[in-house]
Design a protein around this ligand. Sequence first.
Ligand SMILES: C[S@@+](CC[C@H](N)C(=O)[O-])C[C@H]1O[C@@H](n2cnc3c(N)ncnc32)[C@H](O)[C@@H]1O
Length: 380
Amino acid sequence: MTTLVRDAGRAGDATLSGVDRAALPGFIRQLDEAALLAMAVTLHGEGALAGGVARTADQVADLLRVAERHRWILRRWLAVLAAEGWLCHDAETGRYQHLRPADRADLDAATRALDAARAGLGYPPAMTRFFTATAAHLPQLLRDEVPLQALLFADEDLETAEAAYKDNVVNAYLNAVVAHLLRNAVERPGRSEPLRVLELGAGVGGTTADVLPVLAGRPVRYRFTDVSRFFLDSARARFARYDFCEYALFDINSDVLDQGVTAGTQDMVLAANVAHNAVDVAGLLAGLRELLSPGGTLVLVESCREHYQIATSMQFLMSARPGVPAAGSGDLRAGTGRIFLTRQQWLAQFTAVGLTPALALPEADDPLAALGQYVFAAVR
Ligand SMILES: C[S@@+](CC[C@H](N)C(=O)[O-])C[C@H]1O[C@@H](n2cnc3c(N)ncnc32)[C@H](O)[C@@H]1O
C-alpha cells in the first residue's frame, strides 16, 4: 500500500467515527429489498405476470405501456428480479413468469422500514420522501408521463439531490478521500505554478462543496463544469467566495479536446458520478488523459454495483432521448443494459488508455465496499 493510499484511506476513515461500519451492508440490503418490492408491485399493477402467464420483456413493456426510451429499465428490472429469485426466467423462450406476490400494503410497510436504513446510512429524511414518491409513481415514470426531475427537485432547494451525493456516510468518506488527493496535490513540495483542476459533471456541487474549502487560500485554478447551464448558475452563486473558481459548460460526450481546455494543462481532472454517462468510456478516458499534464491525476468517483433503488429512481435520468446515443452504447457495456462498470473494469480501462491506477478506495475487503462506491485515482 502506498503512502498516498494509506493517508487518503485514513482521511476517509476519520469521517466514519461513530458509524457502525459492519451494519452498513445490511442497510443497503434493506434499500435493495424495498426497491425489488416496488418493481414487483408495478408489474403486478397491470397484471403483466398474473396467474402463471409467461411473457417476454417486450410483452410486459407493451402491457405497462412503457415509453420506448425507458424499456431498457424494465428489462433490467426483469433480469434483476429473476436473479434475486423473485420470478422465473426461461432462457430458451425469453419469457418470465411466476412473479412473487407483492401488493401496495407490503410496499408501504417496506417503505416505512426503509427510513431506519436511510438514517443508518446518514441520508436526510428527504431521501425517504424521494424513494417513497418514486415508488408511488413508477408506472407514470415508465410511461414517461412524469419526469424524474419533478420528484427529485420537488423541494426546489436541491436538498434531495445534494443528499444523494454529499450528506451521507459513504459520500462523506468518498469526498474526504477526494479532498485528501487535492490537498496532497496542492501541497506537493516544489510546486511553483497554481494547481489546475477541471471538475466534470459537477452538478449540484456535492463533491465540490467538500473540496473547495481545502483549496481556499492556495494557488489554484478550479474550473467547475457541467453539461447543464442550470448547475453553473446555482454554483456561481453558491461558491462565490472562492475567487479561484471559474464556471463553464463541458460535455463529456463531445470532443474533450475542443471545449476550451488546452491539452496537457490539467493537474487534476475530477469527475464524481458522471463518467458512466459516457457513450464510450474508453474514448472519454483517452481524451481526459490528453488534457492531463504529465504526472497529472484523473480522479473518478463511481458507483460500481447496481443499486436497485437507483434502478427505480435515478436511472430514469439515464434514458437517452430519441436520436441520442445511450450511455455505454459505444463501449464494453453495449447491449448489457448495465450502466455501471465494476471496480475491475474501471481499473482495466485506465490501464488500456495508458493511465496508471494509483488508488481505489475503499479496499475490496472493507465492509464499505458492499456499498459499491469508489474513489479511483489514475496518473498520466
Ligand atoms: C449524478 S450527478 C453528479 C453530481 C455531482 N458530481 C456531485 O457530486 O454532486 C451527474 C451530473 O453529471 C452531469 N452530466 C450528465 N451528462 C453529462 C455530460 N454528457 N457531460 C457533462 N456532464 C454531464 C449532470 O448534469 C449532473 O450534474
